[in-house]
Design a protein around this ligand. Structure first.
Ligand SMILES: Nc1ncnc2c1ncn2[C@@H]1O[C@H](COP(=O)(O)OP(=O)(O)OP(=O)(O)O)[C@@H](O)[C@H]1O
Ligand SMILES: O=C(O)C1=C[C@@H](O)[C@@H](O)[C@H](O)C1
Ligand SMILES: [Mg+2]
Length: 238
């Protein structure tokens, strides 16, 4: 488990006043795209981070449900998983040139290799990494709303499915810019860590230092792509 030393804790504390980012910073760093296993907290944390970073929040699942007027479970039944993945891909394409969002992608959106390149162009891709046993417990509570787990009767069934998904996906999640371990962080420290990372996203060396402080992984090779900014007034403008 990672425990902050006194000096490091003090450094982080001194940043708390600055975790509410100005619109300037929000625009500079465009979108934050959350990925990670189902149940890792993309939706829960995404909403909170959108609020603190003064961004709009867009959740792929909620967006798909509201535009199709069908639940994710229904869509899996009607379209199959492939059809659902095509819908995710369409949203990703639609988001091109949109800014100032925290985006909770579907946990499986990065399974299509091209989607990774699209997501990269949108902003900083952040993987929420949560231990698989925690994921399994969370999913077991809400499995009726998660079609991938619809046939799981017991917690062991869920665990088995989670393990299979992890094996299929871990390489894709590793392609993200930053991996944040959620297990040893409260939502408040997660907010703080991501704010810190964002603030230094224009300075790779300093970001690495930030990474060392908060024990997160940063891929130095992934470059930030600057683009002209178009900030939609509301989600319906998409
Ligand atoms: N850091 C956390 N601490 C405690 N509970 C959490 C945390 N993050 C998420 N949860 C809970 O876990 C459940 C799943 O979280 P959430 O729906 O945000 O996951 P998700 O990554 O969006 O999953 P999916 O890909 O299936 O949409 C929710 O009930 C949520 O309240
Ligand atoms: O990780 C996944 O593949 C999924 C996650 C959920 O958000 C939903 O998009 C759906 O249940 C599939
Ligand atoms: Mg979600």
């Amino acid at each position: 488990m990672f425990i902050l030393g006194c000096k490091q804790a003090h450094m982080l504390e001194s940043f708390t006043e600055r975790t509410i980012m100005t619109k300037y910073w929000a625009k500079k760093f465009k979108n934050i795209i959350l990925t990670g296993m189902p149940g890792s907290g993309k939706t829960a944390f995404g909403k909170i981070y959108a609020h603190v970073s003064e961004r709009l929040f867009l959740d792929f699942d909620a967006f798909i449900e509201s535009t199709t007027k069908k639940s994710i479970t229904q869509l899996f039944e009607i379209e199959g998983e492939d059809g659902f993945r095509n819908l995710e891909e369409k949203i990703l394409h639609k988001l091109e040139r949109r800014h100032n969002f925290v985006i909770a992608m579907g946990g499986g959106t990065l399974l299509k290799p091209d989607n990774l390149n699209y997501a990269r162009r949108l902003g900083l891709i952040v993987t929420l990494k949560t231990p698989l046993e925690i994921i399994s417990k969370r999913i077991f509570e809400i499995k009726e709303t998660r079609p991938l787990f619809i046939n799981c009767k017991t917690i062991e069934d869920v665990q088995e499915k989670v393990n299979i998904l992890w094996d299929e996906r871990k390489d894709a999640y590793e392609q993200s810019d930053v991996v944040i371990e959620t297990a040893y962080n409260s939502i408040d420290t997660l907010k703080m860590h991501l704010s810190l990372i964002e603030r230094r996203a224009d300075n790779r060396e300093y970001m690495q230092e930030v990474y060392n402080i908060i024990n997160k992984k940063l891929k130095q090779s992934n470059r930030w792509v600057e683009k002209d900014e178009v900030i939609p007034e509301k989600i319906s403008d998409l």
